[in-house]
Design a protein around this ligand. Structure first.
Ligand code: SF4
Length: 362
């Protein structure tokens, strides 16, 4: 992969006019969800003066969501390490030399105990992640029991298990799964510099299977993987032009882990940490182009200042992962989040069962 410049180019004269000309759908004035965004429009949003961009994003956020409410999710690794995929950012890839030990699928009871603890700490959604290329049919009964058990606790359920067949999607839908996470990761152009064991098209196929099963889609990506501004435009464009926007859009900042391809490549370079302003710009553009989606401030929060996180919330992020751990890397932690929420006057959002969301969308 190339280590291209990641920091924004200066705002271009005229960019503001171009973006503001689209003052109807998807912009500060409107709530209409558009799926016909062009790359030029999205690039123009990125190029806006920072204040204008954040103001526009905050206005759209307030028109579509309750300000000050943040949805809290907890993520548990239900099957850690030994993954046959070669995602360059991931320490769970069998090829990574991060010292992470591969484990078996956790038993259902252990998973449900973790879910109960997460609920006690205020989480409304419990996300379960397995380091698989795809689930095997023999794994499905345990997976289904986990979904059903977490749902019975009154929490929303989310799973991320790799690629899914139509049949597996259907089985998960019937078990009551609320969300399926499958990130597109980055732009179509940058994708093969990060992952070679599956294609961008494979990702889209699984997203389509999930969507056709009427499970809510959670799909986003990672910023700071050596991509260019153009790639970030392409990343948002790929999501914002899906036939229906993902209900949840996680935007991660790369956590460079030693022993992973990207961790080693970016370590000790200026690209080891994404520029905070550029990260906030990406959140803001995601909010403007996908006004009804939940934009989740995901991995990388533990190394972000409170001020940067506050700017992300202002720019439209309205979901976070709580707890000390995200699968296998560190997270901000419940105490830090409580302090931050108190300082900013933010409150946790209540869970919404899937049936209600689907009815509301029709
Ligand atoms: S990101 Fe997921 S699919 Fe990729 S190596 Fe890690 S666990 Fe496997």
């Amino acid at each position: 992969m190339s280590l291209d410049e990641t920091v924004s180019s200066p705002a271009k004269a005229g960019a503001q006019t171009i973006a503001r000309d689209h003052s109807g759908p998807g912009s500060a004035a409107g709530n209409e969800v558009r799926n016909d965004w062009t790359r030029e429009e999205i690039a123009a949003l990125f190029d806006l003066p920072f204040d204008d961009l954040v103001f526009q994003a905050a206005t759209i956020h307030r028109a579509n969501h309750t300000p000050g409410q943040v949805q809290l999710s907890t993520l548990l690794s239900i099957k850690t390490g030994g993954c046959p995929e070669d995602c360059g950012y991931c320490n769970q890839s069998a090829g990574a030399k991060s010292g992470l030990k591969a484990e078996k699928l956790l038993d259902v009871r252990t998973v449900l105990q973790s879910a109960a603890q997460a609920k006690d700490r205020g989480s409304s959604r419990f996300c379960m992640g397995a380091a698989w290329r795809n689930p095997k049919d023999r794994d499905m009964p345990a997976i289904i029991e986990m979904v059903q058990g977490v749902r019975q606790m009154g929490m929303e359920t989310c799973m991320t298990l790799g690629m899914l067949t139509e049949k597996q999607s259907q089985m998960l839908a019937e078990a009551g799964l609320d969300y399926y996470n499958h990130n597109i990761d980055t732009s179509p152009e940058h994708y093969e510099k990060v992952i070679t064991t599956r294609t961008f098209g494979d990702r889209l196929e699984t997203l389509e299977n999930v969507r056709n099963s009427r499970i809510n889609v959670c799909s986003g990506g990672i910023i700071g993987m050596g991509e260019t501004r153009e790639d970030r435009v392409g990343f948002v464009h790929a999501l914002a032009t899906l036939p229906r926007h993902p209900e949840s859009v996680p935007v991660n900042a790369l956590v460079p882990v030693k022993g992973t391809v990207l961790g080693d490549m970016l370590a000790d370079t200026p690209l080891a940490k994404i520029d905070d302003i550029e990260f906030v710009r990406t959140i803001a553009v995601a909010r403007i182009t996908m006004p009804a989606s939940m934009v989740r401030l995901s991995a990388g929060r533990e190394s972000m200042s409170e001020s940067t996180q506050a700017l992300c919330f202002l720019a439209g992020a309205n979901s976070i992962f709580t707890g000390d751990k995200l699968l296998t890397t560190g997270n901000a932690g419940d105490d830090a989040d409580e302090t931050l929420f108190a300082k900013l006057g933010l409150v946790p959002m209540e869970a919404e069962p899937r049936e209600i969301q689907l009815e509301a969308a029709e």
